[in-house]
Design a binder for this molecule. Sequence first.
Ligand code: ADP
Ligand code: ZN
Length: 219
Amino acid sequence: MKAIILFGAPGAGKGTIAEGIKAASPFIHISTGDMLREAVKQGTAVGREAEAYMKRGELVPDATIIRIVEERLDKGGKDDAYMFDGFPRTDAQARLLDESLARRGARLDVVFQLAAPRELLMARLTGRRVCRKCGASYHTINIPPKREGVCDRCGGELYQRPDDQESTILKRLDVYDQQTQGLIQYYAKRGVLVTVDSARPRQDTVAEILRYVQRPAGS
Ligand code: ADP
Ligand code: ZN
């Protein structure tokens, strides 16, 4: 089992970049945000607990996050390669991930920090629309669907995530800045942090990440 992490502010493009990497590599995508939104939709115990935090743009408590990630990893095989998206977000989550990987004889390969200026993050988030059915992501200006409000891929209805309202976006960006300084240092010290520019077109960022993960071991 091996693992990489996609780390970046809301709007840095973690989700769409993960899609691009998944299409060209064996990585299994684990997005805690997607898992939580699914739990909210299904009305599970986790979903009922997480919903209010998410609406406010706050982090869901570590214990809940750790539990859903552990449950997911327990289902995996020893040869799996994981790509975490939006996890870990706190020091406690990072430490528990290390323990969990060690217990499974796995290692953390690279942590990719996706960097983009704040104005760009804001513009991306306020215009973001998501398919209710398949989760595909659009943007009112940058990636408009062929028919307004309708998913190109599956015909599903496009909606704006409740936490993509401007005031909640500002809150999420602040939460990100506060909670992640320690994490960046933690991974930088271990020499696994790689910063990639994600203000570029998505395929350029994806290509750069793929060059890292596909290079032969030891180089
Ligand atoms: P974004 O990074 O664009 O805010 P995500 O889909 O990654 O979007 O997360 C949406 C929300 O889900 C977060 O604002 C937070 O409430 C919750 N969440 C997701 N992942 C975590 C995590 N690892 N720890 C705590 N809360 C999380
Ligand atoms: Zn769709």
